[in-house]
Write a protein that binds this ligand. Sequence first.
Ligand code: PMV
Length: 350
Amino acid sequence: MKEIKKVSWRSPSNIALVKYWGKKSGMQIPANPSISFTLEHCYSETTVTLLEKERKSKDVELRFYFDGKENMAFRLRMLKFFDTVAKDFPLLQQYGLLIDSTNSFPHSSGIASSASAMSALAICLCDLQDQLDKKKTAKDKFWQQASHYSRLGSGSAARSVYPYLSEWGKARGIKGSSDDHAIPFEKNLHKVFKTFQNTILIASSAEKKVSSRVGHSLMKTNPYAKTRYEQANKNLAGVISALKKGDLEKFGTIVEEEAMTLHALMMCSSPSFILLAPSTLSMIEKIRRFREETKLPVFFTLDAGPNIHLLYPNTIKRKVDNFIYGQLEQHCEQGKMIHDNVGSGPFRVK
Ligand code: PMV
């Protein structure tokens, strides 16, 4: 089949400092604003090739490859996503699509890949549609659209398109903030945070027992929901002030409170569920003790899973490495961990 156009983008994962957990009605409309560090080494790389169509019909013609192998489950997920965005991307019906996606991190590492995968795909679509329309969308607008379509694929993916720090969700006092798309927030970042390391300690790589879709929906009946949304808004304002000033202690206090709250909400929802593993708790205890003893700024956060994201400035990397290999590695599944850091956002590969 004749190849018409092809683009490849690399887009990273992100780690939320203030968590998005709970939706308003509509498509991925967050119940509270959130903010995240953009990562560097955990990314998806996606190539979308437009081909001449085999049949003259409006049906989407899609072949989806993940890590070089055709993947039918992912293909179905893509088709569902395409249904929601088809009216904005005529190319989806005009051409045959060949999508090839890989992750830099193992699929079975327990690291959520939807943020990097959906943002990489959304960026490819925006880029291709612009090229076909011979349109040169202004940079700001391009990234806003990419964030919007990423969000429709997976809420937290909206934040992956901006370098270093990204805010998503309408928030009082934040100009330009929106439930529709994330906004870049790097200019509010003290330089110490640009050096931040994120070591992901893999407590378990098993598939999640409860999807984040189900987790979000259980917030609808969670008795603490209202208080939680108030807390998230307060924590957002607090963490932004800490990120601006370079206040590591305040940053750590809020970020750890957010991690523990996320999991507490899961535990007290109905039905209740637990995504932490015993080794997660052992590591948290050791991190707190290490911090108390050394006074070093080493903090943790958690995603919707048992893995610990250790956050610390680059200047203390050697000391933290000693701590990790001396005390934490033994709690990781087969010693597995990923060394990442805050990063500069998506880029075009070819
Ligand atoms: O993007 P989703 O629907 O998979 O939700 C992600 C939710 C958390 O990762 C737990 C928190 C966040 O803000 O990223």
